[in-house]
Design a protein around this ligand. Structure first.
Ligand code: ADP
Ligand code: ASP
Ligand code: MG
Length: 406
């Protein structure tokens, strides 16, 4: 007998037929004698609709009310899943975050889980009941509903797997595993049987939405055995594993893109010590993450252009923060540009191979694609390009690194 967490994403619970299909997978695991925790996302499209309702009121909204609205899709799907299981003769009940509870901090919209009190659900599992948890939600110290960030049901699933010491955490979705690139963009993308935690972490954080970034981080820290698989067929899926479990390490194992970032350039900032701190300090205080940064000394040598990226959703807030400090920062102009894409190549093999970045730059150059900003780490190279070149860049790089399926 094993304890298993099954997470079903939005497309896997899109309507009643899909919910029945998912419930059959749960029933099969339980019939095999396993204890099963099911984590559900909202039915596909629902969360986007809820976000749109809130945004129609204004982009600078009360984040705790945003969470009250946006978390509600998971309440519906958890109840429907529990009802469907009961209808199949499987004892099941739904659990909202505050009923467990899944305790988080108070950072509404992207709260972090602090603690899960798993005693009661563990007891119910022991009694043969299927525990159906509304993903994506938590409860703050002052008893408000929080959400864990978009795609956050993956985090709920991994956190529950860690808290309950589950043998496996199966992420059921609409693709049958992790591919070398988003298979919806690159038809020749290849499914990976295994991927290391570190590569998966980079792929997720650099735009591959198949797993939410923090869920991978948590799985890595708690050594949760994670598998991405299809809810529509029986193919084996992709295992996320430790590096020493991958025998043949590819130099590059994936190419990703993200259209979620926007670029800001501050033109002609006086070039003096402390300038970076005075720009990025207030942004950090406003809880705005800055990703790529580049600084160019301008023609006169006395000033500098500072270019950086923020999450697109934070662009308006970042502009407000910087415009409020215009006198102090003394820049000539603030130029926002949301039409950019970040393209990255990732692979643990990069540690021992040279020339990966060079190959990326020359491939983009051959395709006439200009690089605006570059950033690197031990196992990835990222570039910022004009958004309209996204597909062309991905295709060219996928081929250049020999990733196309045979
Ligand atoms: P769910 O609703 O089940 O959580 P998501 O939409 O969050 O599903 O994640 C699955 C999607 O991730 C796929 O439909 C696919 O388009 C996308 N995706 C992006 N990059 C990859 C990749 N490298 N491998 C597989 N899927 C990817
Ligand atoms: N429903 C939430 C979202 O769409 C959480 C999730 O699907 O994981 O972001
Ligand atoms: Mg997802």
């Amino acid at each position: 007998m094993a304890r298993i967490v099954q997470k079903f994403g939005g497309t896997s619970v899109a309507d009643m037929d899909h919910i029945r299909n998912a419930a059959l997978r749960t029933k099969a695991e339980r019939d095999a004698g396993n204890e099963v925790v099911v984590v559900v996302s909202a039915m596909s499209g629902v969360t986007n609709r809820l976000v749109d309702y809130v945004n129609s009121i204004g982009s600078l909204h009360d984040a705790s009310e945003y969470d009250t609205v946006v978390s509600s899709g998971e309440q519906i799907s958890s109840g429907l899943m529990a009802l469907t299981l009961q209808d199949m003769g499987v004892p099941a009940r739904s659990w909202l975050s505050w009923q467990i509870p899944i305790e988080t901090d108070a950072t509404h919209g992207k709260a972090r889980i602090r603690r899960i009190v798993a005693d009661e659900i563990a007891k119910r599992l022991g009694e043969g009941e299927v525990v159906v948890v509304a993903g994506f939600q938590g409860v703050s110290p002052d008893n408000r509903i929080t959400t864990l960030g978009r795609g956050g049901s993956d985090i709920s699933a991994v956190a529950l797997a860690a808290a309950l010491e589950a043998e496996r955490c199966d992420i059921y979705t609409d693709v049958d595993g992790v591919y070398t690139c988003d298979p919806r963009i690159i038809a020749s993308a290849r499914k990976l049987d295994k991927i290391t935690y570190e590569e998966m972490l980079e792929m997720a954080s650099l735009g591959s939405k198949v797993l939410q970034t923090r869920s991978v981080e948590m799985a890595m820290n708690h050594r949760v055995c994670l598998q991405v698989r299809s809810s529509f067929d029986e193919s084996p899926g992709t295992l996320v594993v430790d590096e020493d479990e991958v025998v043949e390490k590819e130099v590059v194992s994936g190419v990703t893109y993200s259209r979620d970032e926007a670029k800001i350039t501050l033109v002609k900032v006086p070039d003096r010590p402390g300038v970076a701190a005075s720009i990025f300090g207030p942004l950090a205080d406003a809880n705005i993450n800055v990703d790529m940064i580049v600084q160019n000394v301008s023609d006169d040598g006395a000033s500098t252009d500072v270019t950086f990226t923020v999450v697109k959703d934070d662009l308006d807030r970042a502009k407000v923060v910087l415009e409020e400090r215009r006198d102090e920062l003394a820049y000539a102009e603030l130029v926002p540009d949301p039409n950019v894409a970040k393209i990255s190549v990732i692979g643990v093999g990069m540690r021992s191979h040279v020339g990966v970045a060079q190959q990326m730059f020359s491939t983009l150059a051959e395709n006439g694609i200009n690089i605006q900003v570059i950033s690197t780490s031990e196992i990835k190279v990222s570039v910022l390009i004009e958004e309209k070149f996204t597909e062309q860049a991905l295709c060219a790089l996928h081929t250049a690194y020999d990733l196309d399926a045979a």
